[in-house]
Design a protein around this ligand. Structure first.
Ligand code: SF4
Length: 298
């Protein structure tokens, strides 16, 4: 008999509900309806049972795998957090969150935070901090879009010489300064979407700017560390940082969206490194599936 709830399909292979031949003790015998029963007109119903079963199993496996990968994420988080409290990382002392100068007021602090984030692309924190300090030394009253626009572009480039991509970064800084001066009265915009529209600003920079400068965690800032470690831990299965951001945002509770970046960036700088992660000393080793870490020191 057909199982209730299954939708009839027209494609083969088929199972027919009416089978005029039955197998009895190994012999095929014709089944004849008794004369007393009224004849019932049976309509053959066809199901693609194999396909339905396969799709169901696939969905169950996928769901189960994703549940078990992330099942103990809070324990992992707690152990990494404890490690980070003990071990200082470059992001704690030289990262963009500490480079803006608060003594010149909120507007300057927000703009300097955005500038340091634009300069941080492809740049380690240890190189970024001296570059930012050098640029700040040319704006002793506080850095503003107007102050940068008033500077000689060659001077800006020379300040950025040690971090590389100085031509492109100088262009981005000046283009962004122009927009902020013309449209935002020298301040930075207060939304993720508006920040994303600025030259040189991508999803990571926009998310970090919102978090550091406006104290609002509206998106997860995923850099190379967050992307790599989230995949190693099995929290996501993604190919690039943007996919990681979207995947994390689907299940990570919102109160963790801000803290995850400094937590994993510092962890990646000191222990869960890109090359030869220190799994032997890792407090999360027992819970970590170490996905893709063939060369790890287990
Ligand atoms: S066990 Fe290894 S791969 Fe996993 S989080 Fe720790 S250092 Fe990274």
């Amino acid at each position: 008999m057909p199982r209730p709830g299954l939708r009839p399909r027209s494609a083969a292979p088929v199972v027919e509900t009416v089978c005029p031949i039955a197998t009895v003790f190994g012999k095929q015998t014709k089944v004849r309806p008794t004369k007393k029963r009224p004849a019932v007109k049976h309509v053959p119903i066809r199901y693609d049972l194999q396909e339905i079963a396969l799709e169901t199993v696939k969905a169950e496996i996928k769901e189960e795998a994703s549940r078990s990968d992330k099942g103990e994420w809070q324990d992992v988080w707690t152990s990494i957090e404890a490690y980070r409290k003990r071990v200082e990382a470059p992001v704690d002392t030289c990262g963009c969150a500490v480079l803006g100068r608060k003594e010149f007021g909120d507007k300057v602090y927000r703009f300097e935070t955005l500038v340091s984030l634009i300069l941080s692309a492809q740049t380690p924190d240890l190189k970024l901090a001296p570059t930012m300090r050098l640029l700040q030394s040319h704006t002793p009253e506080g850095m503003t879009p107007n102050a940068l626009l008033a500077m000689d572009p060659e001077l800006i480039k020379s300040c950025l010489a040690t971090i590389g991509m100085q031509n492109q970064k100088t262009k981005s800084l000046l283009a962004t300064s122009r927009v902020l001066h013309e449209r935002y009265d020298g301040d930075i915009p207060p939304t993720w979407e508006e920040l994303l529209a600025l030259p040189g600003v991508g999803p990571k920079i926009a998310a970090l700017t919102m978090s550091i400068a406006w104290n609002k965690d509206v998106a997860i800032a995923v850099d190379t560390h967050v992307h790599r470690i989230s995949n190693r831990l099995g929290w996501v299965r993604t190919k690039n940082p943007e996919a990681t951001r979207q995947s994390l945002e689907r299940w990570l509770p919102k109160e963790y969206w801000g803290p995850i970046n400094p937590l994993l960036v510092g962890f990646g700088q000191t222990l869960c490194r890109a090359q030869k992660p220190g799994c032997a000393e890792c407090p999360a080793a027992m819970l970590c599936p170490k996905i893709g870490t063939k060369k790890a020191q287990h």
